[in-house]
Design a protein around this ligand. Structure first.
Ligand code: CP
Length: 302
């Protein structure tokens, strides 16, 4: 039987998502638990990462597991022309679970079909980033006390932003109102809007959000991703289109929180960092607890 992988957020049903969030809350209370003793986890990062790789590695270390892998594919035999197929086949036999980030959409699903161990998608191109979504949901539930009926503003690069694609799909299960704020060039792709339309859910598209900011429960800022543009002139046109500043937050709801998957470039001014509504650094910390919960769930560890 194929092992259970986490490639798309839709690989988990609602009950499984809630179970992971509850388990993450347990790990937040007691992060050091030797539940992965004797297990080897491979972290294969074909694209740069700070938070996803290091929070996974922190999670594995706190659980007593061991790590093999690379943070730069040029140090692996991929640089000699080895295929993803052969790489995954080999690493499957060296590890109990594979965490992989790769620039090509669909690469994680491909890897999960070859691997004899579970594969966790740590981001595949502009497609999906399901573990980011689970930590985002953990952060939303923790700060709002609920996942239900929230008004979520997604701001910035909604075209290439895999974090917003995954989060939108997951939050569509909780009667969310979505406000998509982006320049024309970076609008939410039709396939994701169709996903919401098929569920009968509301979404609104805007090119600016200063006049409606008071309605938001969550503002989810995203970086315009230079690395996804083939034309640098196109990137220059949109790179600073939204910059959230502290003065803009005066009329926001008391419990509104600002999330960002990070890294940020210019889209959140540093003067927001000291505002109690800024939650992005705590959000990144929640990634350790959430990833502990994901690892244990996929490995069937109680
Ligand atoms: N949020 C996120 O995926 O960050 P990294 O690219 O640093 O892993």
């Amino acid at each position: 039987m194929k092992p259970r992988s986490l490639v798309s957020i839709d690989d988990l049903n609602t009950g499984e998502i809630l179970k992971i969030l509850d388990l993450a809350a347990e790990f937040e209370k007691e992060p050091v638990q030797k539940l992965l003793e004797g297990k080897v986890v491979a972290t294969l990062f074909f694209e740069p990462s700070t938070r996803t790789r290091l929070s996974f590695e922190s999670a594995i270390n706190r659980l007593g597991g061991k790590i093999v892998g690379f943070s730069d594919a040029s140090s692996s035999s991929v640089s000699k022309g080895e295929t993803l197929h052969d790489t995954i086949r080999m690493v499957s036999s060296y590890s109990d679970l594979i965490v992989m980030r790769h620039p090509i959409e669909g690469s994680a699903r491909f890897a999960s079909e070859i691997a004899s161990v579970p594969v966790i998608n740590a981001g595949d191109g502009a497609n999906q980033h399901p573990t980011q979504t689970l930590l985002d949901m953990y952060s939303i539930r923790k700060t709002q006390g609920t996942l239900d009926g929230l008004n979520i503003f997604m701001v910035g690069d909604l075209k290439y932003g895999r974090t917003v694609h995954s989060l939108m799909m997951a939050m569509s299960r909780w009667n969310t109102t979505f406000n998509f704020i982006s320049p024309d060039e970076l609008k939410m792709p039709d396939e994701f809007k169709l996903y919401l339309e098929n569920l009968g859910l509301r979404y609104y598209e805007h090119s600016d959000f200063t006049d409606i900011i008071s309605r938001a429960d969550i503002i989810y800022m995203t970086r315009v991703q230079k690395e996804r543009f083939s034309d640098p002139i196109e990137y220059e046109k949109v790179k600073n289109v939204y910059v959230l500043k502290n003065a803009m937050l005066a009329n926001t709801k008391p419990n509104m929180r600002i999330l960002h998957p990070l890294p940020r470039v210019n889209e959140i001014h540093p003067d927001v960092d000291s505002n109690p509504k800024a939650y992005y650094f705590e959000q990144a910390l929640n990634g350790v607890y959430t990833r502990q919960a994901i690892l244990c769930s996929l490995l069937g560890i109680k």
